[in-house]
Ligand binder design. Structure first.
Ligand code: SAH
Length: 370
């Protein structure tokens, strides 16, 4: 099953090889979890992930317009909620902290909102927390390590960009025997490299798969992210008891589909997901239908997904770009135009990236989804 990856030796590869030799193959989700968040050698704990010097660039790093518009979106929803006196502006997986920084700057346009909100950053990696503290120096922000430890005493306005794609996915493959099997990461015959293999146990998945996927032929792969579903239901439960709204922007698909989307990126190029554990970023496309279904099951209302391009256009990104252009020199204008194109054009991030919002039932509708 699968060809062994000609891996370079990384400290995490040695740890995983020993673990697999002792315990047997591990699930793709367990592998992804270790690669991203192993306490010492996990990617987000040890690498310069985001930015030009890192491995990939995200929307808030492309342009200040992204965080500013999300900040104004948050301020607008705060008003729609009836302008509560205290409220948390939460960001999940804030990376370098740029989105929160830009959102708070934009929020100053509405002083009562700025005065009402306390920023809270949910971050699993201490290295990232340090970076965020630097970016947000001078702001009175709070940090917590998990969604479950978010404060409970006031409404939550939650923002998350490229957070869900970092949550581990399980993969299942239809075997030649006609049954579904969990796809795992095991060792090559010589024990040196990692390779994909199937758990011999059959899983009765046909009962729970969306009907369109049930007749999938041998070799077909489906993905499912229990961690992503857990975020949808935990945030929904909080919105129901505390009030508020949540906005998730990420890349993914809006209809259940077949095929694996696990991908590795290093130095701005695709890499083999098994080759350099801990040194490459691992992500999977977000299954927005599954996300919305988990949120609705927990009682929340879900809006979208809509394409990032349409969402940002609805929030007024063109007018914002015009304002910035008015005060810019020629080379800055070129940058602003390029960023606008990259964030909104269908052939760039405009349609693959999508926005989805959650609110309590019967709550006001968030901007950008009409
Ligand atoms: N939102 C940022 C960064 C995206 S990268 C941006 O758009 O630039 C993913 C971020 O989520 C990183 O900060 C990573 O450390 C964090 N992260 C990944 N898994 C996490 C988890 N389970 N809990 C909390 N944070 C996590």
């Amino acid at each position: 099953m699968g060809t062994p990856s000609a891996g370079v030796s990384t400290p995490l590869l040695d740890i995983l090889r020993r673990r697999i030799a002792a315990e047997g193959p591990i699930s793709v989700a367990a592998y992804m979890g270790e690669c991203l968040l192993h306490p010492e050698h996990g990617y987000y704990r040890s690498q310069e992930a985001i930015g030009r010097r890192g491995d990939f660039i995200t929307a808030p790093e492309i342009s200040q317009m992204f965080g500013e518009l999300l900040g104004l979106w948050a301020a607008d929803y705060w008003q729609r909620m009836g302008a509560p006196q205290n409220c948390y502006l939460v960001e999940l997986g804030p990376g370098r902290g740029t989105l929160m920084h830009d959102a708070l700057r934009a929020a100053r346009a509405l002083p009562p909102f700025r005065a009402a909100v306390t920023p809270v950053l949910v971050e699993a990696s201490q290295r990232m927390v340090d970076m965020q503290r630097e970016t947000l120096a001078g702001e009175k922000a709070e940090w917590c390590g998990t969604v479950a430890s978010l404060p409970t005493d006031a409404p939550l306005i939650v923002l998350a960009n490229e957070f869900l794609d970092a949550l581990p996915v399980r993969q299942f493959q239809r075997g030649d025997d006609g049954a579904w099997h969990e796809r795992c990461v095991g060792l090559s015959d010589d024990g040196k490299a990692l390779q994909f293999m199937l758990d011999p146990r059959a899983m009765p998945l046909d009962d729970i798969l969306p009907p369109a996927l049930r007749g999938a032929p041998p070799g077909a792969i489906v993905e499912s992210s229990p961690a992503m579903r857990a975020v949808a239901s935990e945030i929904s439960a909080r919105l129901l008891t505390q009030g508020g709204v949540a906005l998730f922007v990420d890349y993914g698909y809006d209809r259940p589909g077949l095929g694996e989307t696990l991908q590795a990126v290093r130095h701005h190029a695709y890499a083999d997901p098994l080759a350099e554990p801990g040194l490459a970023d691992l992500t999977a496309h977000v299954d927005f239908a599954a996300f919305a279904a988990s949120a609705r099951k927990a009682g929340a209302a879900a809006y979208g997904p809509v394409g990032q391009g349409a969402f940002l256009e609805a929030l007024g990104i063109r007018a914002r770009a015009e304002r910035l252009r008015a005060n810019a020199n020629a080379s800055q204008r070129i940058d602003i135009d390029a960023a606008l194109h990259r964030l909104t054009a269908p052939e760039a991030m405009g349609t693959l990236f999508k926005a989805i919002a959650l609110t309590p039932p019967h709550a006001p509708e968030p901007a950008g989804f009409a």
